[in-house]
Design a binder for this molecule. Structure first.
Ligand code: BGC
Length: 461
């Protein structure tokens, strides 16, 4: 498809994590609890009752993890800040010991030539703010801006790539509509209010950044192409709704200050009239956009799925990951091209891409062979090259995730890492996919076109 066979010089090659999924020590050094701490400690809400209390112990073992990034030859690390470490009550008094952790992490990264990319909010709202209504309280835009100001003031001299929010769609859909994620609400009427307040917080966060920061700020959206399951007009309409609900509900207000008209149909009486002045505040100029890409959705009309009265159809000949997501590499280029058509010259980053396949709990002879994950990365990185060949201004790629970690309500039962974590001992073992990714980075993509030596023997009968 493309003429481009190498990633450009200066491309950011990274791996990503988020605070609550890797850090552990959630209440250490004066930190307050987050909604995820509370959620996971409520019986029955996570697989095996798993919590983030220890996770990958990154809070204490970060020097080892920074060394892992360096050994893989990566030049960027995307991580998030736990709001309730910095502001234990969510607002008011700053906890210097919480902030100091991120200070040490940033310095350790820079000492190894690794650029930090910071996400301010990756789902772990301070529990004290949830007690005040959390994302349902309109004041949260100002709470978020105040928090952003504190962190940016402390770190912007060394952190040059900032994101306000990670995946607002998942916060609203998982946290307030379906309830599988914290804070576990199931309420159609709350969902659009939460989305709107998330987007208002994004806008206020960008404004706060402009006041305090001197570098680049953007937002991370999870996007996926929605393809119709058939040419039946009901499936075509469902596909438009699914696309409006998951993709355009976020990208359009951020870039253009409008909501897709389908949302009124999707939410019916639960869709309020939002003031125009809010939308103007949401549409702040941003410096970059992050795209988390995992899969596509082949969509059909489904009256029982509310909203958007659409569900995904399993494809008979496709490979699926352990979370039931179709492996569909071409969708990455498709998504990047679709975003580019709307965002023009805005620099784009793939801020997450990766897969969960069954891996052993313990590394065998110091090895973890994960051929399906290798092929997942191969396909998607080739797709990223295709996008570059089309002219998409793609500036970097972050694998999800550096480490096997606390996969939210799945607990530790789902492994996304390039690096295997033995949760009994905290031993880290780079998987074959980590070695493969390191080869791709070292060769700026050439290794994508060669059989991988660590993979072939394991795949042979
Ligand atoms: C999230 C991560 C999560 C990953 C895999 C993304 O939606 O940003 O926190 O672990 O998907 O489920």
């Amino acid at each position: 498809m493309s003429e481009v066979i190498r990633f450009p010089e200066g491309f950011l090659w990274g791996a990503a994590t988020s605070a609550h999924q890797v850090e552990g020590s959630p209440l250490a050094d004066g930190a307050g609890p987050s909604i995820w701490h509370r959620f996971a400690h409520t019986p029955g809400l996570t697989a095996n009752g798993d919590t983030g209390d220890v996770a990958c112990d990154h809070y204490r073992r970060f020097p080892e993890d920074v060394a892992l990034l360096a050994d893989l030859g990566l030049n960027a690390y995307r991580f998030s800040i736990a709001w309730s470490r910095v502001l234990p009550e969510g607002r008011g008094a700053v906890n210097p010991r919480g902030l100091a952790f991120y200070d040490r992490l940033v310095d350790a990264l820079l000492a190894r030539g690794i650029q930090p990319a910071v996400t301010l909010y990756h789902w772990d709202l301070p529990a004290a703010l949830d007690d005040r209504g959390g994302w349902l309280n309109p004041d949260i835009a100002d709470w978020f801006a105040d928090y952003a100001r504190v962190v940016v003031r402390a770190l912007d001299d060394r952190v040059h790539l900032w994101a306000t929010l990670n995946e607002p769609w998942v916060v609203a859909d998982g946290g307030y509509l379906h309830g599988a994620l914290a804070p576990g609400h199931r309420n159609l009427f709350e969902t659009p209010l939460v989305t709107h307040n998330l987007l208002r917080a994004h806008g206020a966060g960008v404004q706060a950044y402009r006041a305090e920061g001197r570098h680049q700020v953007g937002i991370v959206l999870n996007l996926e192409p929605k393809h119709p399951a058939s040419e039946d007009p009901r499936d075509l309409a469902a596909t438009r709704r699914a696309d409006a609900y998951m993709n355009r509900q976020y990208i359009e207000p951020v870039l253009r200050g409008t909501y897709p008209q389908e949302l009124a149909e999707i939410f019916g009486p639960a869709w309020p009239a939002f003031p125009e002045s809010d939308l103007a505040r949401i549409r702040q100029p941003i410096d970059w956009l992050g795209i988390n890409y995992y899969t596509r959705g082949v969509t059909r009309h489904d009256d029982r799925a509310l909203p958007p009265q659409a569900s995904s159809v399993r494809q008979p000949h496709a490979l699926y990951t352990e979370t039931g997501w179709e492996v569909y590499p071409a969708g990455l280029a498709e998504t990047l091209e679709w975003v580019w058509k709307q965002s023009g010259d805005l620099p784009l980053y793939v801020t997450e891409n990766g897969a969960v396949f069954p891996d052993p709990a313990v590394a065998v002879n110091g090895r973890v062979d994960d051929p399906l994950r290798v092929e997942y990365y191969r396909g998607h990185l080739k797709s990223a090259l295709d996008a570059l060949g089309l002219g998409v201004p793609l500036r970097g790629y972050f694998a999800w995730s550096l480490l096997d970690n606390f996969e939210w309500s799945h607990g530790y039962s789902k492994r996304f890492g390039l690096v295997h974590v033995d949760f009994a001992t905290q031993r880290r073992t780079p998987k074959a996919s980590a070695r493969f990714y390191a080869d791709v980075v070292r060769t700026r993509g050439a290794a994508l076109f060669e059989p991988h030596p660590l993979v072939l023997p394991a795949m042979m009968p």
